[in-house]
Design a protein around this ligand. Structure first.
Ligand code: SF4
Length: 271
């Protein structure tokens, strides 16, 4: 794993048969086609200040402390592959009715590449549609292994400018774009998304920059994800500063000019 996140401590690799999971969310409608069960894995090589799941960044199991009540909860649990597959299998009727399946997310699921690849392989062998939500910040040969068992890829492109990408996330966008190209060349159905963040990538010049980048990649549609502050409270529970405190949330109507720039450039941008 290529990490730009100096805060992420090293953790001995888990075998492919076990992973550190921080949530399994059922009945999701926003993480790929149909009704999906989303398996959230711990660990991320990036460090985006707007991260809505800050408990996903550290690859280890963490304790969250509510300073107002003194109550603690754990973020992360070691789960076996068999346990996770069994939990996903319980939702098979919903997958079959809706054209859904399982999405492996994070953090960055490829931080636990052996577990993620084994999970995708097992699910697909059972006839369950597989999706992965990835930053693409992973060595291409590892990414390729996961792609071999993947039906659908969700990838955020966080900045069109490589220096700005590094300044905001800790890493250049070279690897994510390289891996995105590889997925597209393999014909994997892919949904690219742009988290639009005030002061980071929300100007009309940014919209034009993203449009040019997407054109160069041969991508004609993109989902815009307006900034929100849903994760703010978790920073307090983790005892970490929230760098986006006081930054106003964005709504689709705030981004109509932004979207128009992309549409006029030939990119089908939607919310
Ligand atoms: S890539 Fe995603 S999970 Fe990782 S720090 Fe950024 S927003 Fe959070």
């Amino acid at each position: 794993m290529v990490s730009g996140n100096p805060a992420a401590p090293a953790r001995p690799p888990l075998p492919a048969t076990a992973g550190v999971v921080f949530n399994i969310q059922r009945f999701s409608l926003h993480d790929g086609p149909g009704i999906r069960t989303v398996v959230f894995l711990k660990g991320c090589p990036l460090a985006c200040p707007w991260c809505a799941n800050p408990e996903s960044i550290n690859p280890g199991i963490e304790r969250l402390l509510d300073p107002s009540t003194g109550e603690t909860t754990l973020a992360g649990q070691t789960r076996t592959l068999a346990e996770v597959v069994k939990e996903c299998e319980a939702d098979r009727p919903f997958f079959e009715q809706s054209g859904g399946g399982v999405t492996v997310s994070g953090g960055e699921p490829m931080m636990q590449h052996a577990f993620t690849t084994a999970l995708l392989q097992e699910l697909r062998q059972r006839g369950i549609h597989t999706a992965m939500e990835s930053t693409g910040q992973v060595a291409p040969q590892l990414f390729d292994r996961a792609l071999s068992h993947l039906d659908y890829l969700l990838m955020d492109v966080k900045h069109h400018d490589r220096k700005a990408h590094k300044a905001w996330t800790g890493s250049y966008n070279d690897l994510p774009l390289c891996n995105l190209s590889r997925a597209l060349k393999r014909g994997i159905r892919t949904q690219v998304r742009i988290p639009v963040i005030p002061g980071v990538n929300d100007t009309l010049a940014d919209a034009a920059g993203f449009s040019a980048l997407l054109h160069a990649l041969g991508i004609g549609h993109v989902q815009l994800l307006p900034f929100h502050q849903f994760g703010e409270r978790k920073y307090a529970l983790l005892g970490r500063p929230y760098r986006m405190a006081g930054v106003a949330a964005l709504h689709p109507e705030d981004l109509s000019d932004y979207r128009d720039v992309m549409v006029h450039a030939g990119i089908n941008a939607f919310f």
